[in-house]
Structures are given as C-alpha cells and as structure tokens.
Design a protein around this ligand. Structure first.
Ligand code: GLN
Length: 306
C-alpha cells in the first residue's frame, strides 16, 4: 500500500469539505483556531508514519482523550471485581455528548465512557488508581507518541473550567448517586486538563497504535489484553462519535473517536491507526472534513472492520 499516495488523494477529496461546519466556539481558546486547517496521518503497526497537510500541527485533543483514559483504567484493572463496567455502560447514548437527560432515569450510570458523563467516571477511577488522572495520561501519551514535548494547554484548561458548568452538573449529579470516588472539583479539573492536551495528527496516530496492535505498546510491552483492545475498539465503533455513531459506522466502518477540537482517530485493527484533523464541526460535534476523509480512505483502500 502506497500510504503517501492514498493520503494525498484523500486530502484532495476532503478539501471541499474544509471550512464546512462550525469551529467549536464554547470557549475562546478553541474559537480562535483557523477553519482552514486540514491534516491526516497514518501510523502502521510496524512504526512507519505518513502524513499530509497540517499533520504535524498540534491541536486540542478534547474528547479523543476519552479513549486514552479508558485504556489506562482498563490496563490497571484487567476486568477485575472493581471493573469500570459496573459504573459505566457501553450502549450508544443517542443523545449529545454533554446531555444530562439519561442520567436520572439510569441512576447516575452513564451510557458509555465516550460521552462526557462516562468520561468523568473513568477519569475519577483513573484518579483513584494513579493519584493524578491528567499527568498520568500526559506521561503515557509522551511515551507512546515518542514526543516528549507534548503538554497541556493552560489557556484551554482554564477556559474549560470557566465555562464548565455543564460538566460540573454531570459530575455532581453522578456524585449524588454515589458514582464518584473523588471530590467533584478534582474530577472535573483532571478531565479539563486531559481535554486540553495538544497533539498533532502524527502524535495521535502513533500514540493510538496499541489499538491496532491488539493491546501492544510501541515498545512491544503489553498494555491491554487483546480482548480488552477489541472491546475499546468496539465501544469506539458504537459510541465514539456520539449520537452520530450509527451514521459514522455506516460511512466509514471503523472504530473512531472524535473531539470538538476537530480531530478524529480511527483504527484498522492489525494494520494501522489514523488521525485526521480539521476544525469545522457538524451539529453533533464531529469534524466534517475529517469524516469525509476517513470515508474516502476506507473507500479507496477497501479497509474497514467489515
Ligand atoms: N471539553 C469538551 C467538553 O467537555 C469536550 C467535548 C468533546 O470533545 N466532545 O464538553
């Protein structure tokens, strides 16, 4: 497979979609990002990386971090009696990523780990397991990506906190059902720091390699059992793009996780991990050009999980 040629063609196909949609404007630090940006990278399981466009430009990972918090929690609990799955479900929500409505009817148990409520529970667990749910994630991402310069964006984290009433409400509501182990202010603070991490398409494609390598880390050591990596991929497919997960699976046919920074990572198990970035979002919070690019990638290559 000539990855470089495929990516060039994918980028050309996605070009008309760049600037479509709306750049996230719920915090000023994201609103300032130019809608013109587009990058895509592929990291294959042997460690080779290819990219086109703005593939080396860092952006705010936002909800893509939810994939890594889940992986880190699963890596430390290995489905034991304290399994995270007693505290969070794995069904698509069909509601927006920051919705409160299901939580009351479902006794403070979020539908899945990739909506905000679910990620807050996972972050809470990671906080208990590591003592620092955001720094432990940053260190993991630095090691996996091989990029020691990865960092939090203080301006994004601060402005997430300043505009964080809805996430605080989700956390307090779950706490009222006894579904948080740590104080709400600490859980939401670590969640905001996780969202604020700046990474490029290259960094994310490389750091997500363990999902394509059936749980093996970049250095060959095991992060997750193969069945655990399979489960994360399965939940990405069914829940990773929020209430658009059905449409996304229909178009792209890959496990994927998006973020409101405009990034999407996608996994082809046994082959490679992709990351695409373009800040214009559709109404569900997924990158318009990013989805078009992944759609075209699987069409051109014939690679999907189906
Ligand atoms: N920081 C955003 C929030 O918590 C992340 C949401 C997202 O990327 N979908 O609302």
């Amino acid at each position: 497979m000539d990855y470089q040629a495929v990516l060039e063609e994918v980028a050309a196909h996605a070009r008309p979609y760049v600037r479509q949609g709306r750049v996230a404007d719920y915090i000023p630090a994201l609103e300032r990002v130019s809608a013109d940006r587009f990058g895509i990278a592929v990291a294959d399981i042997n460690g080779d990386v290819y990219g086109v466009g703005d593939w080396e430009t860092p952006f705010s990972v936002q909800s893509i971090s939810k994939t890594f918090s889940l992986a880190l929690v699963m890596a430390q609990s290995h489905g034991g009696h304290d399994s995270i799955w007693r505290r969070v479900g794995r069904e698509p929500s069909g509601t927006p990523f920051n919705s409160l409505v299901q939580l009351e009817a479902e006794n403070g148990i979020p539908r899945n780990p990739f909506i905000n409520a679910g990620a807050l529970v996972v972050t809470d667990r990671l906080q208990t397991l590591t003592g620092d749910a955001s720094t432990s994630m940053l260190h993991f991402l630095r090691e996996e990506s091989g990029n020691e310069d990865l960092a939090f964006d203080q301006a994004v984290a601060d402005s997430e906190a300043e505009h964080g009433d809805r996430n605080a409400a989700l956390a307090h509501f779950m706490a009222s059902f006894g579904n948080l182990e740590n104080p709400v202010p600490s859980v939401i603070e670590h969640y905001f720091w996780q969202c604020s991490i700046e990474m490029s398409c290259r960094d994310l494609a490389v750091a997500g390699g363990f999902l394509a390598r059936h749980g093996l880390r970049a250095d060959g050591s095991r992060l997750l059992e193969a069945r655990e990596a399979k489960r994360i991929n399965a939940v990405m497919l069914t829940c990773g793009t929020y209430d658009a997960a059905g449409e996304f699976a229909y178009r792209v046919g890959l496990p994927a996780k998006s973020g409101v920074g405009g990034g999407i990572i996608a996994v082809i198990p046994g082959r490679c991990t992709l990351c695409v970035w373009s800040p214009g979002l559709d109404a569900r919070g997924n990158s318009v050009a990013g989805a078009a690019a992944l759609d075209h990638f699987t069409t051109l290559t014939g690679w999907s999980v189906f």
